[in-house]
Design a protein around this ligand. Structure first.
Ligand code: SF4
Length: 58
């Protein structure tokens, strides 16, 4: 089962929510979190993340 996680490198820049708003949101802590397991969206966002905080497991 696919799993998308945002690790502690996240700086809350919002790039992932811009690229994949259905899959990522910025939480109350100002950091991103994945809200579903859309692998394609996760990979696309991972490519735009400036700090390599997005991990996609298939
Ligand atoms: S693109 Fe990366 S650093 Fe920016 S909010 Fe998303 S996970 Fe965090």
């Amino acid at each position: 089962m696919a799993k998308i996680t945002v690790n502690e490198n996240c700086i809350g820049c919002g790039a992932c929510t811009g690229v994949a708003p259905e899959t990522f949101e910025i939480g109350d802590d100002g950091l991103a979190k994945a809200i579903n397991e859309d692998v394609e969206a996760g990979k696309e966002a991972a490519e735009t993340c400036p700090v390599e905080a997005i991990e996609v497991e298939e």
